[in-house]
Ligand binder design. Structure first.
Ligand SMILES: Nc1ncnc2c1ncn2[C@@H]1O[C@H](COP(=O)(O)OP(=O)(O)OP(=O)(O)O)[C@@H](O)[C@H]1O
Length: 253
């Protein structure tokens, strides 16, 4: 990563508020308050923070799916999201290959006659065999479904992937394989990834940089190694301590 690496996503002073209260007294409840960050090509950026801190809302805002009340989002190229539970994001009645081909058709990224071959290529790209093309999602393992979710996202040829707790439901060993796949995709395609997670161990392995969110605001941001080694904000220290009982004991003495 150099200064010349292109920036794919710029978020500036983002504010998001959801409608709240009864219909006769509607008001806006702010959940993201003045968040700014950028993501460069080939960079994996972690978004961490407690439940309800606004991580998914920021992801949805980048994808154009949240009620942005102020700020600016500038995105170069397409963004695709991958979710924790591919069973709910994949169509249970549709064969895996057809779901990938559907994305190719929507984005006009392969001629009708070439879609099947491209879908198989994408399955193989994520480490799945071509014969999964004709299977229904329910016939796959959790790890296979996670890979199909990634293949489907890749079909749109995004430059940025947003992974919202995408590996949280997987066994640790399967999770490691999927994280390796994401790192390979970053290396091979220059894909940037915004990775939302509760799991600080995953952030440490995967992310170049991380942003710590607290009540809808970024309280700390920096390179992952530096952030973990010397957190400067009390909230980050608390977050790290909660995940590292040994550190907490050490800090008490
Ligand atoms: N569609 C919605 N309408 C109203 N409020 C919402 C909506 N989506 C989220 N919220 C609220 O916005 C706040 C931020 O939620 P968000 O899902 O962004 O947090 P998060 O950090 O991703 O949490 P988690 O880690 O639990 O997924 C929460 O208080 C949540 O209840």
């Amino acid at each position: 990563m150099t200064d010349a690496t292109p920036t794919l996503l710029t978020v500036e002073d983002l504010h998001v508020a959801y409608p709240a209260g009864p219909f006769w007294a509607r008001r806006a409840r702010p959940v993201v308050r003045g968040v700014s960050f950028d993501v460069r090509e080939g960079e994996i950026v972690g978004l961490i923070g407690e439940s309800g801190s606004g991580k998914s809302t920021i992801a949805r805002a980048v994808a154009g799916l949240a009620p942005v009340t102020a700020g600016r989002i500038a995105l170069t190229g397409r963004v695709q999201m991958i979710f924790q539970d591919p069973l709910s994001s994949l169509d249970p009645m549709m064969r895996v290959g057809a779901q990938i081909e559907e994305v190719l058709a929507i984005h006009r990224l392969a001629p009708r006659g070439g879609r099947r071959a491209r879908a198989v290529e994408l399955l193989e790209r994520v480490g799945l065999s071509a014969d999964l093309h004709g299977r229904l999602p329910a016939a796959l393992s959790g790890g296979q479904r996670a890979r199909v979710g990634i293949a489907r996202a890749l079909a749109a040829e995004p430059r940025l992937l947003i992974a919202d707790e995408a590996t949280a439901a997987l066994d640790v060993s399967v999770q490691a394989l999927v994280l390796n796949l994401l790192m390979d995709l970053r290396d091979d395609l220059g894909l940037a990834i915004l990775f939302i997670t509760h799991d600080l161990a995953v952030v440490r392995i995967l992310c170049d940089r991380a942003l710590v969110l607290h009540h809808g605001a970024v309280v700390e941001a920096g390179e992952t190694a530096a952030l973990f080694a010397a957190p400067s904000h009390d909230y980050t220290r608390a977050l790290l301590a909660a995940h590292h009982p040994a550190r907490r004991l050490h800090d008490r003495t």
